[in-house]
Design a binder for this molecule. Structure first.
Ligand code: IMP
Length: 182
């Protein structure tokens, strides 16, 4: 049996393989599921996983992930709308929104949702940090403006970022759950 990671991003599949290969073979299922609109990453990911499980044939389990940047003093903005805000405002303007704030603490959060014929389970991961002026050439998305431990995610190597990241923490919890289920 293999686990289908529903994503258009092969980098996410590589990352998931690092965490899960002991328990299950991870394959990419290149499918663009309909995202519901909700303030909750877990609701969005759970609904996506259920839909994608059926679309994948209803046999092999699937996972989907949904992530976002949550700025505390902006009540969690852009949160589940991070992708839309990245495409519209752009990362530089999100920095300018945060620049005037006294408290620039933020977090990246991720929910990985697992679906099979019996159940849908969600696993959450979070990493705290601070919004800073853009620095660094690596990574993607909001990485240049998210600082953790003195470095932005765009300044860290991929390995270090994966060790720390919100997605890694959620995948770690999923790995524990799969281990207990075996
Ligand atoms: P997705 O759920 O992985 O598609 O991510 C949603 C949005 O959050 C996109 O705009 C991503 O660029 C952003 N995002 C998610 N994870 C990260 C990350 O690790 N670094 C930077 N941006 C991220």
């Amino acid at each position: 049996m293999s686990l289908q990671f529903v994503t258009t991003n092969p980098g996410k599949v590589r990352e998931a393989t690092e965490y899960l290969s002991e328990y299950v073979e991870v394959e990419q299922f290149d499918y663009d599921y309909a995202e519901i609109q909700s303030d909750s990453l877990a609701d969005i990911a759970a609904r996506g996983a259920r839909e994608a499980f059926e679309a994948a044939g209803g046999v092999d389990p699937v996972i989907v992930d949904d992530a976002g940047l949550f700025i505390d003093a902006l009540d969690g903005f852009p949160g589940p709308y991070s992708s839309y805000v990245e495409d519209t405002l752009g990362v530089e303007r999100v920095w300018h929104l945060a620049e005037g704030l006294e408290d620039r603490s933020a977090s990246f959060r991720c929910t990985v949702a697992y679906a099979d014929a019996e159940t849908v389970e969600t696993f959450d991961g979070e990493i705290p940090g601070e919004i800073v002026a853009p620095r660094g050439e690596g990574g993607f998305g909001y990485d240049p403006i998210f600082e953790h431990g003195g470095e932005t995610f765009a300044e860290m190597g991929t390995e270090r970022k994966n060790e720390l990241s919100h997605r890694g923490r959620a995948l770690d919890d999923l790995a524990d759950w799969l281990a207990k289920r075996e």
